[in-house]
Design a protein around this ligand. Structure first.
Ligand code: NDP
Length: 318
């Protein structure tokens, strides 16, 4: 399978299975279907509240000889309530226990937003820490420790803009190896992609299909549709594939890993088959000039009136 390569030569399969919103009752089967279909990369996170079920599926896959541990690339993420140095390792160990693994391939700081220990989603001012309380440098030190101990092969961040990456780069001993962000034709992230390339940081595109199964309360009423977009549909017709496959192929063509979520067996297989699509320059040019700019995961749930964090702490000005 096509992959992207870390500086030490390790490879990450370019298409992975997303697992956010995959319910405990569904994700077990979804992971097994994915492995059977040929996926070798699964994207997880503690806050998705389904890592135990993912772990059960991995255990079954190993037991039945579907795949070996070293053939799989497993990512997970440190939640906002575990940014203190003392909390990083216990959080990672809990994830490893739930996933029934001895090591991760990649561990990411999920958001540059900090909650107090034990808080799921901070609502009141008291439930947040500030960067003064827990500098990113401190959290990154915990990530470095995790890598040194061999609990994860690679470390990185998610939802970090250029300023935040620069902050980590300035003080770190080990460079961040990955930045996982929302990325698709409505949000090409050109500046961030260039910065990451220049600094040897790989990228992963999340919500590549527009994250249509998010709670209605987190969607704006005028949200545009990637899957129904006329240019995407036109390219899908041209290549005899689905709109989803064009959107996945868009990241593959930019050498950016991409992690579409599905719990449906046919769509899981279809999404991986996007690897076979060959988009030409004019196709990519059309997607580049799609004429809509939109961020689906807008971060407003972390930046309300009670929060010390602002949207400028999260996003790049495009
Ligand atoms: P996606 O953009 O992957 O969209 C998922 C939706 O698309 C689901 O409703 C799914 O339905 C549907 N779908 C999947 N395949 C197809 C297809 N071939 N045709 C039509 N519809 C399809 O959304 P996510 O937000 O889940 O993003 C993907 C992954 O990225 C997450 O699951 C998570 O792992 C990661 N992520 C990381 C974030 C971070 O902060 N680091 C934030 C957001 C996501 P069905 O399941 O029924 O097929």
């Amino acid at each position: 399978m096509k992959s992207i390569t870390f500086s030490n030569g390790d490879k990450m399969p370019i298409i992975g299975l997303g697992t956010w919103k995959s319910k405990p009752g569904e994700v077990y089967q979804a992971v097994l279907w994915a492995i059977e279909a040929g996926y070798r990369h699964i994207d997880c996170a503690a806050i998705y509240d389904n890592e135990k079920e993912v772990g059960n599926a991995l255990e079954k896959a190993f037991k039945e000889g579907l795949v070996k541990r070293e053939e799989l690339f497993i990512t997970s993420k440190l939640w906002n309530s575990n940014h203190r140095l003392d909390d990083v390792m216990p959080a990672l160990k809990k994830t490893l226990k739930d996933l029934k693994l001895e090591y991760l391939d990649l561990y990411l700081i999920h958001w540059p937003v900090i909650f107090k220990r034990g808080v799921g989603f901070a609502q009141t001012r008291e439930e947040f820490y500030t960067y003064g309380d827990v500098p990113l440098e401190q959290t990154w030190e915990g990530m470095e420790e995790a890598k040194k101990m061999g609990l994860t092969k690679h470390i990185g961040v998610s939802n970090f803009n250029i300023a935040k990456l620069q902050e980590v780069i300035k003080t770190c001993r080990m460079l961040p190896e990955m930045n996982q962000v929302e990325l698709h034709p409505f949000l090409p992230q050109n500046k961030l992609v260039n910065f990451c390339k220049e600094n040897g940081i790989l990228m992963t595109a999340y919500s590549p299909l527009g994250s249509g199964d998010r709670a209605a309360s987190s969607k704006k009423s005028n949200e545009p549709s990637l899957l129904q977009n006329e240019i995407v549909k036109e390219l899908a017709a041209k290549h005899g594939v689905s709109s989803a496959q064009i959107l996945i192929s868009y990241s593959v063509h930019r050498d950016i890993a991409v992690i579409p979520k599905s719990v449906n067996q046919d769509r899981i297989a279809q999404n991986l088959a996007s690897l076979e699509i060959s988009l030409d320059e004019s196709d990519m040019e059309k997607l580049k000039n799609i004429g809509i700019a939109y961020r689906f995961i807008d971060g407003s749930f972390f930046t309300g009136p009670q929060s010390p964090f602002k949207l400028t702490d999260l996003w790049e000005k495009e």
